[in-house]
Ligand binder design. Sequence first.
Ligand SMILES: NC(=O)c1ccc[n+]([C@@H]2O[C@H](COP(=O)([O-])OP(=O)(O)OC[C@H]3O[C@@H](n4cnc5c(N)ncnc54)[C@H](O)[C@@H]3O)[C@@H](O)[C@H]2O)c1
Length: 317
Amino acid sequence: MLKRVNRVALIGTGFVGSSYAFALLNQGITEELVLIDLNKEKAEGDAMDLNHGLPFAPSRTKIWYGDYKECGEADLVVITAGANQKPGETRLDLVEKNTKIFKGIVEEIMASGFDGIFLVATNPVDILTYAVWKFSGLPKERVIGSGTILDTARFRFLLGDYFDVDTRNVHAYIIGEHGDTELPVWSHADIAGTSISEWTNNKDGFNQEDLDQLFLNVRDAAYHIIERKGATYYGIAMGLVRLTKAILENENSVLTVSAYLDGEYGQKDIYIGVPAVVNRRGVRQIVELDLNEEEKAKFKNSVQVLKKTMEPVFKHF
Ligand SMILES: NC(=O)c1ccc[n+]([C@@H]2O[C@H](COP(=O)([O-])OP(=O)(O)OC[C@H]3O[C@@H](n4cnc5c(N)ncnc54)[C@H](O)[C@@H]3O)[C@@H](O)[C@H]2O)c1
């Protein structure tokens, strides 16, 4: 029997979208990739350019630029379209602008007969993932935001760098809003099963201020990169590819994504970054970390900040 062909539809081929497409092609994860953008010429140009890399790719990916009708047969729709963060602008400032854009996009996708999984990266990602869930009417499990996948990657990278250990052996999570109120879960951060506090005891010249600064560098990384080069895209693109693989290959991988909480962490009716088991059906289950009191309070604050921002917006929609 022939293996079923996977199709990914990418909406938005800007910095993030085109980097995602490039990384996806290089890892040979999907058989079909359709590129859609308001700027058709950009999507067409990207399709041409990416196709010219096919002789060097690990496997065949059919890539073309298309329109929303072609989402009907997609297994996964990845949305990276919309306005991006300008210098000095917070992710939450983008909310009104992008919610409006999303209503139109999601309506067109659903009109194509799409019945797969949505993966959202556009900022403010937690709120726009909630918007996609509302506008699409799909079950909550099948609407996922990239959440704190990138922040968690930055955290793992910096911890690995600080202790001089391969980042892939660092297990640590950033949870909450993908933005200013996110928090590190120090109580469950470990390297190869050994707590960060033990690693700090054995580190010459260690001081707590270093770890506090390390988290600030995670939280503010986007601002630092945007100041230097105007946008961030490689890290998130690789995070989105990682998620795509976990979904299409039914991996049951634990990744920090923006998932819908329905009582987990004591919260309801919110999309926010938490570790979750991800597979072919989307979010199989949320992993509830046993947070300490300080972490609980910070997480609650993050939920409240998001809810406060969302309330006025969703009154119009
Ligand atoms: N989740 C994360 O961790 C993370 C990280 C980096 C960037 N982002 C976000 O990703 C988004 C994209 O960033 P970027 O740097 O690629 O921006 P960009 O401006 O380079 O690309 C946006 C693309 O969206 C397209 N677009 C705009 N309106 C559209 C519509 N109605 N329909 C279809 N396409 C439309 C534009 O033509 C453009 O090609 C931003 O919201 C940014 O904040 C998220």
